[in-house]
Design a protein around this ligand. Sequence first.
Ligand code: 0A1
Ligand code: ZN
Length: 868
Amino acid sequence: MDVRVNAEAPQSPQHVEIRREDYRPYPWKVPNTRLKFTLGLGKTRVQAILDVEPNAAAESSDVLCLNGDELTPLGVWVDGSPLDSWLMDGDDLLIPLTPGKHEVGIDTEFSPAANTKLMGLYASNGMLCTQCEAEGFRRITFFPDRPDVLSRYRVRMEADKAKFPILLTNGNPIESGEGADGIHWAEWEDPFPKPCYLFALVAGDLKANRDSFTTMSGRKVELGIWVREADLPKTSHAMESLKRAMRWDEEVYGREYDLDLFNIVAVSDFNMGAMENKGLNIFNSAYILADPDTATDGDFDNIARVVAHEYFHNWSGDRVTCRDWFQLSLKEGFTVFRDQSFGADIGSPAVKRIDDVRTLRMIQFQEDSGPLAHPVRPDSYIEISNFYTATIYNKGAELIRMMKTVLGEKKFRAGTDLYFERHDGEAATCDDFVKALEDASGVDLTHLKLWYSQAGTPHVTARLEQTGGKAVLHLRQSVAATPGQPVKKPMAIPLKTALIGEESGAEIASERLILLEESEATVEFDNISEPALLSINRGFSAPIVLDVDRKPDDLEKLAASDTDPFARYEAMQELMLRWLISTAKGETVDPQPVIRAVGDTLRSNQLDSAFKAEVILPPSESMVGDRMDVIDPAAIHAAREQLRSVIGRDLSSELANAQRGGGQPGHDVSAEAKGARRLRTVALGLLAAGDPANGAKLAKAQFGAADNMTDRQGAMMVLASLEAPQRKEALDAFYARYEDDPLVIDKWFGVQAAAQRPDTVDQVVALAEHPKFNPANPNRLRSIAISFGMNQWAFHDESGRGYRFLADLILKADKLNPQVAARLVPPFGRWQRFEPKRAALMRTELERILSTPGLSKDLYEQVSKSLV
Ligand code: 0A1
Ligand code: ZN
């Protein structure tokens, strides 16, 4: 059938802005959806039948508008009769309908093998899989592709049994059978109404690691993790993590799993980390496959985190979903908060908090202070895929954490119970979430709601004044302008605060929660018996930048004695940051206070290795840059290298002890063994900075002796930045050993793109020509592009060649996969923060991208906004 165009409807301009205030309920309900898939790699046919009826809660319409993307209807039926009067409006299908209930049938056909965007149904490694969030379902069939249209799905899959022996979709299997010519089929039903972004289907030659879980009410749930047969031995950690997450959600949130079946599938081509499709989670294989020989301790932790995250979405996302994509943080901020809490409960809470705050500072703070800054609940977007950001996820999680801090454990739980009960089976908003917490707790949370709508990281200055037995804390806050928000209101900032005795090292004013709500405030502390040190924003109770007016040696004392471990870490970071900033500005500063504090930490018998490793690691170059008005990457790099080498030289024996220490076997993944390994590589890096020749020897020895990937990759990372013969030996040996393991080869690329070397730009240019570099595979593309974009010194090479390289790569990737290409833009977005020469070079590259014909809307949005 020809494609007909609706002449009256305006042809959609290329890049339309969608606004939150324009939300209207969909005029139709779709209580049931039946889909029949005739599956093939080169060609898949989809026959859809939708039951539709007018939505009484919306304005009525005589047209059913169904979204499509690169689809052509092969046929349209209404109530069983072929219909000719349908029209295309851009990519969407318009079907005229009289009021009342109807059955609408639509046939479509497309090629999964040609789908390089990896949205909708696509081919990966010979199998077929789907990704529908946010707007991928419209690439499978015409449908109201919006999260507030919930439907019950019955799905029939037909495929060649030899090529696709396993057929999976959401819900429960109902029937299956075999047809002629080697075809087999399976029919499944999902009893829970869901938005189409949670639809999933997988067909392929897969094997399952099977297990089961008995829920708190005694129901047995069958669990399956589906992978290629050769990968089965690498699935046990993911399975253990899943069962732990299921138990944790019952114990901590009272949430029980609802279907009889929970399946996870690992795929090698995936745009993000993983996806919470109802009963059938689909994962980037990087977040499933692990054994000590191929995965680092960090990989193991990430697997536990992501498996838990997707599982937790079953309630915070699937049972209660989002009304529209502006509410994305409703499910993502809350679910990140839940996975962070899970991580803290199964490991060390202090180290976990340090890790989470580091991610927030490195990614979200940069986003929030640049041209792509947006509120946790945005007001508009051009392409929703660009809004899966650290602001929606990580700042969103901080906002939930602040609500919990204000409410306390019990009231928060009462609030989440009410939220799940009240909105079960619904598409809700961020306001609904806050209302449920308020109604259950009786506490007004209006003051915290500004965090949803106002972008930008608040800056707080704090000064403690002490006279006699009294101390007065002076607080002042400000929020810088962000795009579209020139003037800011004061935020409500919960600050956990205590005073530490300068001599005793004890808490002389115990921790209290100060809520800073105005631009300025003072808080008094009575009965203060000795000189006091201010310990503020303990546990990082608010996601802010804090500037405390302190006496020079206060930080050193706090680093040694603060009773809150996070605050201790903060004191040490601040001590190092101040030294790095002053040195980068050309001032001469004594490093001895830093050396003393690092030395005390290393020698401490009380602190565990994981905590020591976090505390002695100097802040990243980009974190130093964030604190400077004008960023000069070369000066920052030189300052950081100087600090690393002084630490390495002055504390060589303590560091050598730490590098030798531990001795636990590689398969030991206890907190203690992991901590020892983390400290080993951090110490190795500092030793190599102090004495590169000896460092190279030690690193090569660590590399050769390693019985696990953490030590092996750690040693290779240190060597990758050195100028020593052992560098090439290690890289070559690593490549030869893991040539056939794509996830490990990603590490090989990543380590070289992250290397701190003057010739890293040349290295990445060469790596992009390597036979194993494939920009169509998102993990491989990111192994170079993300690591290099975050490598401040190398990316900002003053020649501008780093900028040109990444811009070329982005343009190349955009032709294949716009969503992934657009996610590589943020390093360019900071151009205005750099010294003028680099800023001009970066701007030129952004303009070059923007003027390239045929740019995707994903890339257009990120680049055009970055230029403002
Ligand atoms: N909801 C998922 C994230 C996700 C979003 C979009 C995707 O499309 C490519 C994939 C995954 C999560 O939070 O885990
Ligand atoms: Zn999520």
